[in-house]
Design a protein around this ligand. Structure first.
Ligand SMILES: *Cc1c(COP(=O)(O)O)cnc(C)c1O
Length: 370
């Protein structure tokens, strides 16, 4: 068998499309889906996933940076794009050139937006209801921003937004408090709010409470079939969109006492065979997975043994193995009856699924499939 790619992320665009369709079934009446494709679509490929999300009914796209908005346009993506992050003066020009909507958190930024003759710059005023990052700190300040945006030449107020800090922690009370603060703010605006696109929810909040859907939800992690609560995404109807593969480059017999990898962090206690898989922390397969994850080969879980190095990992394939060079190795995804979820890898690393997919490096080829 000839090996495929050294390190390959297969991205199933139909899964992204279906996840978007599924999310929309949850939405309160009339609420729209904004698909968040920042950080190269959480490592899945931004433009490809944006298109799949639009096919799945996403009315809006969101990114974090101006460069990401420009990249979407260069990738031929049309439709509404919201840039959610902080912007320097140069970023602001880039975002406006990409015909993206901007988020306004303070007067200084609003003053700095250059008026454009052709199209007004569309802005969303952000209220910080408790995330403690961007956003106007109190409702009065946000109210003043709304009035200022209404009277600024070349600017058109489009939306009102906030962001939850603990939506993924079921049962905590902070989420409800943030929601209440935002609801009160929107309520106090009266009819002015009716003409604006009101949005607050990320993926976790979208699943958690219809009361926070307002006019739009901003879902990232869930559109990629990753669970916002770090559990198995499938019972929630989400379909993992990314599989990570490599292949068996070598198989060696180990005698008791033989060791694999830097630092001799694993030593064979019995005779066995060890296979080398050419993927490592240089690809985003983190070194903290040393002696602590499984890789699927020939439909079975094989423990990773020894240190994860920059370009390789080693797995124990047992004393009587049929594993051969060229066999496919699956690090995330299914093979035969077995499956390794991104959430499992995240748990082993003590992190969240978001970080696992965002950490896959440029040496990993992305192959977009249907
Ligand atoms: C990243 C981001 C989202 C999407 O969050 P998920 O948890 O991935 O759904 C929504 N809103 C803002 C402001 C964000 O930065």
């Amino acid at each position: 068998m000839t090996p495929g790619e050294r390190a390959l992320a297969r991205v199933y665009l139909d899964a992204v499309r279906r996840n978007c369709e599924r999310l929309q079934l949850l939405l309160a009446d009339g609420a729209q889906l904004c698909a968040v494709v920042k950080a190269d679509g959480y490592g899945h490929g931004a433009a490809e996933c944006a298109r799949a999300a639009q096919e799945g009914g996403a009315a809006w796209l969101a990114v974090a940076t101006a460069g990401e908005a420009a990249d979407l346009r260069h990738g031929g993506i049309e439709g509404r794009v919201l840039v959610m992050g902080a912007l320097t003066a140069a970023d602001t020009r880039t975002a406006i050139d990409a015909e993206a909507d901007l988020v306004v958190s303070d007067r200084r930024f609003l003053d700095s937006i250059p008026a454009r003759a052709a199209h007004p710059v569309q802005v969303h005023v952000k209220l910080d209801t408790g995330m403690g990052r961007l956003g106007a700190n109190d409702p009065e300040e946000a109210r003043a921003l709304i009035d200022q945006a209404d009277s600024a030449p070349g600017v058109e107020l489009t939306g009102l937004m906030t962001h939850f800090a603990t939506a993924d922690e079921p049962g905590d009370l902070y989420f409800a408090a943030q929601l209440e603060r935002f609801r009160a703010f929107v309520g106090d605006l009266g009819e002015r709010a009716d003409t604006l696109l009101v949005h607050a929810a990320n993926s976790a909040a979208t699943f958690r409470d219809r009361a926070c859907h307002f006019d739009m939800v901003r879902c990232g992690v869930a559109i990629y079939g990753l669970d916002p609560f770090g559990e198995d995404p499938r019972p929630r109807g989400l379909d993992p969109a990314l599989g990570l593969e490599s292949y068996v480059a070598a198989v060696k017999r180990f005698e008791p006492g033989d060791s694999a990898g830097y630092g001799r962090l694993w030593t064979a206690v019995e005779p066995t065979f060890v296979a080398t898989i050419p993927i490592g922390y240089g690809d985003g397969w983190r070194r903290a997975l040393t002696n602590d994850c499984d890789v699927l080969v020939r439909g079975r879980r094989r423990p990773l043994v020894g240190a994860v190095s920059m370009d390789n990992v080693t797995i124990d394939v047992g004393p009587e193995t049929d594993v051969e060079p060229g066999d496919a190795a699956v690090l995330i995804g299914a093979q035969g009856e077995e499956r390794i979820l991104c959430e499992e890898v995240a748990r082993r690393l003590g992190t969240i699924n978001y970080e696992v997919v965002c950490g896959l490096g440029p040496r990993v080829t992305r192959r977009h499939e249907r």
